[in-house]
Design a protein around this ligand. Structure first.
Ligand SMILES: [Zn+2]
Length: 378
């Protein structure tokens, strides 16, 4: 009793199960003082794969740790299950689509594993016989992966069912306690930005999802004006050319397009640069308003694989204020977290020789961004 008082172990099962590797559990001399409730619960973790759109639910902390290091987002705890009951929830895996499925229905397990490429992965967790907290299941036939979603949050269930083709399927099984969701890491990083959205559809030239993201391209606006008036000038020029972001000297940011849209910020690159930069597929780009500028610069793939950031700056007329550079630092950190990998940072003149941006005054910062992802090395 000298190590951990019994009263301490009687605290909520949620807290105890969060401390997954509590050494006292492995020590047989302490077994008697562990309360039945504390000993018999299992925390189920929820992960999200931004590449495929799939949610994964697991009690395996090792699987959780491996996946979060492979780009899956930690979405917190999904719910708390009993460690055992007479109602197991089975986990199935589809070898064709890579998707997981969970069910208490043994008939469904038999039907799925007899065809449709499904294999049984065993018991995922157990349903609570006391039915403290329902786990809701919903279904979306319109998407390829992640067709089923599970949550203890009645509000999330309701909101999802009201949009994008989701249908409620009711209570799938029961938990002892509800989950504690955690926001994706990029949400907090975006909240740090002084950002305003002004999305204009004319600048959107196609879909640029995560698998096609490779570069962050830095530009100078070559005009000293507010982000809003620069955006308006792009619009009045025909609304074809724009970057995703404009960063002002005071560090405020105007976002013109969502990250998953193709913007015409890079224009034509030197002939051969599509292959050099690995951006050969231009087919998702509608190419509206594009006019080839000569046989020396024919390649147009960069837009389909990049995010464009414009800094308000004119070459040869002063430096980049710290507030502006810090805003670019934070913006890059947000973009990296959004995709869960680091895109290669280049400037416009790397893509097309003869461009003025970025300026000579930026050269040291560019090298730092490429090495440290910040304008200075710390
Ligand atoms: Zn540029």
């Amino acid at each position: 009793m000298r190590r951990i008082a019994a009263a301490c172990l009687a605290i909520s099962s949620l807290m105890l199960t969060a401390m997954t590797a509590l050494p006292a559990y492995a020590d047989s001399t302490n077994v008697q003082i562990v309360s039945a409730t504390a000993q018999n619960t299992t925390t189920i973790y929820r992960l999200y794969n931004p590449a495929s759109g799939e949610h994964l639910y697991t009690r395996d902390t090792n699987e959780f740790s491996v996946l979060t290091h492979r780009g899956w987002y930690d979405e917190g705890t999904a719910w708390v299950s009993p460690s055992w009951s007479q109602t197991p929830v089975y986990r199935l895996y589809n070898r064709f689509s890579g998707e997981h499925h969970y069910t208490t229905d043994e008939h469904e397990v038999r039907v799925l594993t007899s065809r449709h490429h499904w294999v049984k992965e065993g018991i995922a967790w157990y349903s609570s016989p006391n039915k403290e907290v329902p786990v809701y299941r919903q279904y979306n036939p319109g998407i390829r992966i992640g067709q089923h979603h599970y949550t203890t949050n009645a509000n999330e269930y309701k909101i999802n069912n009201a949009r994008n083709g989701w249908r409620g399927e009711g209570e799938a099984w029961y938990a002892i306690a509800a989950g504690k969701p955690k926001a994706h890491p990029y949400v907090a990083l975006r909240a740090k930005l002084r950002i305003t959205e002004d999305y204009r559809s004319g600048f959107n030239h196609g879909v640029k999802n995560r698998e096609h993201q490779k570069y962050i391209m830095l530009h100078d606006t070559e005009v000293n004006a507010s982000a809003k008036s620069i955006l308006n000038s792009w619009q009045s020029a025909g609304a074809f050319v724009a970057a995703h972001f404009i960063v002002e000297k005071d560090g405020s940011i105007l976002q013109v397009l969502p990250l998953d849209a193709i913007a015409h910020h890079a224009g034509f690159g030197n002939t051969g640069h599509n292959a050099l930069y690995g951006v050969t597929d231009e087919s998702r780009d509608d190419r509206r308003g594009t006019v080839p500028i000569g046989s020396w610069a024919r390649d147009y793939g960069m837009n389909s694989y990049s995010i464009g950031i414009e800094m308000v700056h004119v070459s040869g007329r002063g430096g980049y204020p710290a507030a502006q550079l810090e805003a670019v630092d934070n913006l890059i950190a947000y973009i990296d977290a959004y995709y869960a990998f680091e895109s290669r940072i280049i400037d416009h003149k790397a893509w097309r020789s003869g461009n003025s941006d970025t300026s000579a005054e930026f050269a040291g910062y560019l090298a730092n961004y490429q090495k440290y992802r910040k304008h200075q090395p710390h």
